[in-house]
Every structure is written in structure tokens, then in C-alpha cells.
Design a protein around this ligand. Structure first.
Ligand code: HH2
Length: 278
């Protein structure tokens, strides 16, 4: 990632979520003010986050697109302030717009987290190639507005795997180096509860793609469907989801609750080290 490296071999890495939005499904409106967002980002780093994922546009099901100018205004001061407050921190920008990504990179971001895997904006892959930024390629069926309308797959794992393979090939073709890439099956993005469960249960099949896997399960709706709990009350469910992902080969977990996830990850990492799962 530009001039930085993230070692995912020694332990699971935790990515703290920082949504500078009025409408994110869990923390919408809490960190829309730049100062509040920077304070939250610093807190997440102190709590043990290895990276921060800063977003200025919600991708929850049904979300409306935010104009680039507005998204830039939300994220730029936050990236800039966090870069100067925490020079060693790894900062990711959650956007599918290359203009927003460019602004964030200029303000000091290291990683592009693109939920469209470079399909939303044709300038995104060339930007990653030129800058050497880390690049998260995520699977999504449709767009946030449409993705939860009766998603169907014959074999969700095979289809997600094929998609990620194709997007990885497109990134390499655009000049991105393999070491820049992280892959994400996109839990909750155009998937039913059963699809999400199957993707996590068979996550090890995605390890065959040979790149680190990032997963975001934190507080998502499918956890509420299983437990009957509302968004703020899904901590235990989120940790169980994280534990299952880590056990099956996830390298980076994208989460709201950093302290608790770090503890969960440390324990699962130790168990995995003492008795590797075949
Ligand atoms: N999930 C969300 C947003 N960005 N990026 C990746 N790579 N993987 C994910 O699973 C993922 C993501 C949705 O969560 P959140 O940011 O909490 O909510 P919102 O999109 O409403 O801002």
C-alpha cells in the first residue's frame, strides 16, 4: 500500500469503521461532524484497530448515492486530520468514486475500499495502479439501491469466487500489482441470509484465490434475523460471526466494536496456531 505494508500472516487484523455520514445503518449521524469523526478515529486506533475505513457514503440496502463533491467534503478533513494525528496508521477510504479516492489519497489515505470492485468508476483501477494504494475488491450483486431485491445464485460461493477472480484479473490488467489486492465476498451485498451463511461456512474456498480476505459482518441485518436483535444490540452476534470468519481464513475484519473484536481475534488466532484446522 503505497510505501506501507500490512502483515496478515502473523495475526488477524482489525479494521475500525468510521462512517462520516448522516445515514449509515449503525452509526449514521454520529460522526458527521469532522471533529467528532477524528476523535472517533483516534479512539478506534487507541482501542487496537490496525486500520481505519473512512466512508462518506452509506452502502446500506436502499441507500441513495451521494454527489462526489459532498462525499469529498465529508471525508477529506477527516483523513487529513487522522493522517497528521496518527502518521503510522493505515487509512482506508470506502468509496466507489475515483475523484473521492484521489482526494483521500492526497490527504494521506493508503487503501481504496471499493464495494463495486472497480466497476462503478472506470478510473478506479488505473488510480490504484498509478498510486500503488492498497485495493479492496468486493463482491456485490447490483447496486446498494437494488441489491436486496430477490438475489438468486446457483452456487453463491462459486459465483462470488469467479467474480473476484475476474475483478482481480481486471485490476492486474490495469497495472495494479497483486500485492496491492485484498478480496471481500461482500457479506450482505445482494445476498440472502442463507447466502451469507454459506459464504462464511465455505470461506476457505475463497482462500484458494491467494490474496488476503477481508470480511464485514459487524451488526449486519442477517445477524438481527438470526437473533431477533436490533442493530445496537448485535455485539455478541457480530463477535460470533467474526470468530467463524477468522477460523475459516479471514485475515482482516471490518468492525464497529474494535476492543471486543481484537479480544475475539486474539483468542481465535491462538487456538488456530495451537491446532491448525485442516
Ligand atoms: N460493508 C459496509 C460498507 N463497506 N466494505 C467492504 N469491503 N466490506 C463490507 O462488508 C462493507 C464495506 C456496510 O457497513 P457500514 O459501513 O457499517 O454501513 P453503511 O454502508 O450504511 O455506511
Amino acid at each position: 500500500m503505497r510505501d506501507r505494508r500490512l502483515d496478515v500472516a502473523d495475526r488477524t487484523r482489525v479494521m475500525g469503521i468510521l462512517n462520516v455520514t448522516p445515514d449509515s445503518f449503525s452509526d449514521g449521524g454520529r460522526y458527521l461532524d469532522s471533529d467528532a469523526a477524528v476523535r472517533r478515529g483516534r479512539d478506534l486506533l487507541e482501542q487496537g484497530a490496525d486500520l481505519l475505513d473512512i466512508g462518506g457514503e452509506s452502502t446500506r440496502p436502499g441507500a441513495e448515492e451521494v454527489p462526489a463533491e459532498e462525499e469529498r467534503k465529508r471525508v477529506e478533513p477527516v483523513v487529513r486530520a487522522l493522517r497528521s494525528a496518527a502518521p503510522d496508521a493505515l487509512l482506508s477510504i470506502d468509496t466507489s468514486k475515483a475523484s473521492v479516492a484521489t482526494t483521500a489519497l492526497n490527504a494521506g489515505a493508503d487503501i481504496l475500499n471499493d464495494v463495486t470492485a472497480g466497476r462503478g468508476d472506470s478510473d478506479m483501477l488505473p488510480l490504484a495502479a498509478e498510486t500503488g494504494a492498497g485495493l479492496v475488491l468486493m463482491h456485490m450483486r447490483g447496486t446498494p439501491r437494488t441489491m436486496q431485491t430477490a438475489p438468486r445464485y446457483d452456487d453463491v460461493v462459486a459465483e462470488v469466487k469467479r467474480f473476484l477472480e475476474e475483478r482481480m484479473a481486471a485490476a492486474l490488467e490495469a497495472g495494479v500489482a497483486e500485492e496491492q489486492l485484498v478480496l471481500d465476498p461482500g457479506i450482505g451485498f445482494g445476498k440472502t441470509l442463507e447466502h451469507n451463511l454459506e459464504l462464511i461456512a465455505r470461506l476457505s474456498e475463497l482462500s484458494e484465490l491467494g490474496r488476503p480476505l477481508l470480511l464485514g459482518v459487524s451488526r449486519k441485518r442477517w445477524l438481527g434475523t438470526i437473533t431477533g436483535r436490533e442493530t445496537p444490540d448485535r455485539l455478541a452476534a457480530s463477535l460470533a460471526g467474526c470468530a467463524a470468519c477468522i477460523e475459516r481464513g479471514a485475515h482482516i475484519m471490518r468492525v464497529h466494536d474494535v476492543i471486543e473484536t481484537c479480544d475475539t481475534a486474539r483468542v481465535i488466532d491462538r487456538i488456530r496456531k495451537s491446532s491448525p484446522i485442516p
